[in-house]
Design a protein around this ligand. Sequence first.
Ligand SMILES: NC(=O)C1=CN([C@@H]2O[C@H](COP(=O)(O)OP(=O)(O)OC[C@H]3O[C@@H](n4cnc5c(N)ncnc54)[C@H](OP(=O)(O)O)[C@@H]3O)[C@@H](O)[C@H]2O)[C@@H](O)CC1
Ligand SMILES: [K+]
Length: 504
Amino acid sequence: MKIFTAEQIRNWDWYTIANEPIASLQLMERVAAACSNWLLEQRYAQKPLHIFCGKGNNGGDGLAIARQLLTQDADVTVYILETGKKGTDDFQRNLELLHKYTSNIHFLQSADFFPILQLQDVVIDALLGTGLDRPLEGLIAELVQHISNSPATVISIDVPTGMFADKSCKDCICMRADHTLSFEVYKQCFLYAENAEYCGSIHLLHIGLHPAYYEATIAAHQIIESKTAQAICKKRNAAAHKGNFGHALLFAGSYGKTGAAVLSSKACLRSGVGLLTVHTAKCGYIPLQTAVPEAMVETDSNEQHLSAASADLLRYAAIGIGPGIGLHEETANVLMQLLQQAHQPIVLDADALNLLSIKKDLSALLHTDCILTPHPKEFERLFGKVANDFERIERAKEKAEELNCVIVLKSHHSFIACPDGNAWFNSTGNAGMATAGSGDVLTGILTGLLAQGYNTTEAAVLGVYLHGLAGDFAAAEQSQEAMIASDITAFLGKAFLHVSQTNV
Ligand SMILES: NC(=O)C1=CN([C@@H]2O[C@H](COP(=O)(O)OP(=O)(O)OC[C@H]3O[C@@H](n4cnc5c(N)ncnc54)[C@H](OP(=O)(O)O)[C@@H]3O)[C@@H](O)[C@H]2O)[C@@H](O)CC1
Ligand SMILES: [K+]
């Protein structure tokens, strides 16, 4: 699914108005009907409804929702934030219509007029939508704080008031919604970890915006959905043998961190690779052979850490390096040798990224077939501090282009930046995956997919989606609290079945 900017969404409205054609007031009526139906279906319309409206079109939506729900005998009180300015045409027209249905309309001129909101109350936040052009201050900021601090359930229309669609609102005042009802496609702001606590659950409602605009418009970002992953996932040839699915090589583990090697090896094998060799410190030999009998183990000459790259790199279809390798000087040399000698796709994770941030010169050796998988801290060590999630995404895109490799930024909705400028947000995954070893599992999956012949972009998109989906299945079974990284690997099979459903 494409992610549009606020401007593209506004243009989509206007395109629909001009080409369906439909009057803008009628489009607002359709927006309000989609919201009213949701409120009725979810039984929120049975509770006392407090609808707070600004004087723009977001407020117009709120007034139309109020009228539609009054015809369903809902208990509705409307509040209009008085700005001294006239409302938009569609706002004014909806206000005239609403007066025919109720006189329970209050104009808020100061905080003295704010209602006391109770636990059973439902607030509809139609104060500001995509027209926000500056941080909230003054009376509207006080109102947003008053509502957010109340025990009422808050349902924001289009966006939580105060949240910019396409830039950060970190450290600004913003409505804390329990649900956000938005339309057709995700807005960028819904996908940032820093906004998650303000958006609540996001519900995309269909309002019949013109499909031709969606088809013709190029979006800077997309969301990875089930069908995106399905389109990438290759059907396995019935007559295949293990040689068809590649031989992966993982550089993982050091003294005290052999577990990371075990986790990434198992995930690599569960991602469909034909053969796996793990290059690890000598101390990891017995644990690895015991825990992962399917893998071949090649031990380093050093007991505790990696000190030399594999002798014959040409045998392997893809390489993964990083989980649990530590930061020893000799291990940095292994990374350097690998980047100099290996021409096959390489996944760099964890300590491989930390080594890269210590030895900045190594970045020059990265190539188009590299995938970097930093979490925000590793990203900062590599590419410097950023002020907010928006900046981090922009920096990831810049760096993917500059270094000519794929960057997978692991987060609430993991982000994939490709050197050709394409970029995706993942739609799967949950907070239970913020657990030790979860990243090692992803490294294994990505290495396994690359070994099977997926290119770096395909492997990143499919791998990140499968990793998150397996995490969602694991959380459903084990709870977000109790799930551990091995559970993600255990549910990879179910994730593959889900993704390959339409491929059989
Ligand atoms: N046909 C359509 O387009 C459709 C649109 N739809 C709906 O319309 C919404 C967009 O409507 P919109 O463009 O009127 O903007 P909206 O967010 O209501 O208000 C913006 C006004 O607020 C003001 N303002 C800005 N920042 C401020 C601040 N910090 N603090 C205080 N005031 C501030 C600013 O006015 P100013 O104060 O600068 O004069 C500006 O004019 C969209 O989210 C969706 O819900 C749907 O019905 C589908 C059809
Ligand atoms: K709103």
